[in-house]
Design a protein around this ligand. Sequence first.
Ligand SMILES: [Zn+2]
Length: 389
Amino acid sequence: MVRNSLSLRRARAFTMIELAVTLALIAALAAVLFPVIASGKSMRDRGCLSNHHQLVRAVSMYVEDFGDGELTNKVQLDPYIGANLVDCPNNFSPAFKHTQKKDGCGDDDARHGDEDHGRGCGGDGENGGGHNGAGPSGGGAASTANMTSHGGSVLTSTATAAIFWGKSWASTSYVADKVSGLDLWYAGFGGSRYAATCNEYKGSNGQVTSTSTYLGHYIDTSAAATGQPSTAAIQAEVCKMIPAAKLYTNGYYAVYTDTPRGTAGFCAWHSWGTCSGIPVQFAFFFSLDGDAGCNPSDASGLHSQGLAALANVTAHELCEARTDARGSGWYDSAGAENGDKCAWTYGSPLVSFPNGTQWKLQGEWSNSAYSAGTGYKNSAGLKGCLSGL
Ligand SMILES: [Zn+2]
């Protein structure tokens, strides 16, 4: 999924009458814009309660700034939807695990740059996260089957690099197999059948292909951003660490921090921005060591738990960036991208890459497989997921 930064709000005082009117308006607008709120279908059940608070607060801030008369489309809320409106961990809380998997509320997600759109929990249909024209009124998973193009770009080929950011990356015990493992992951991804599951999507700049070249990794042992790092903080890290000669418009720069997830309701996100005037794509990852909420439970014994968890969300974010590079590519009427729609579901115990490595990776949504009935079921029971087996 994708995410926005907050914009500035203008301060403004309220009278008591204005406040009462505003509260009523907020409730009404939130219900209109996000039908799941009005339906009483609890986001708690969907495991994404924090998104509910985010949306209500976004409406509230918009009304405070602009009044109620102009708010007719979710896209207007983009600047107010903040860092936490994201995909949710698969078992963020044990009590939510079943329903969350059932409704497809994704693990990780993505975030956009300042100019971009926010996106909600993958595949759960609870909000559009601010994509204009993103469907009439949300709706459940059944009404949000295939994705549509929103006219923007895709990554027709991809140049990837990994950045390992944080003091812990100086520690061999922390690093373990993660750096070498992700090197192999990215090196093996290009040309894989798994990568090819996203090749059906065409954007304004051409069609996605499974061509993906790994540029290697960079290690920054300065202290990483803590808490829930902003899009700007991750973009700044990318611009700091990637040499000018390695900045490509089809570049995808993945930032792996040693920051624990804490209470964040997501495992990762992808976004985009510019470095030295060059448009680039990037992603953020928490440390997932020992994080049960972001764990694919790879039982192969091939990788450490932390590496296996990063590998799975790495697949999710990279495939979303390829098909929705800058937030106006492919996603469904609920705002879910291809990774979101198949989050935490697997077509087989392991996916094989051409370089001989094997990984437990979630599938990716295929419109054509869904239409043909040839995919495996996502968590909403829709047969549109492929693992490239
Ligand atoms: Zn996602």
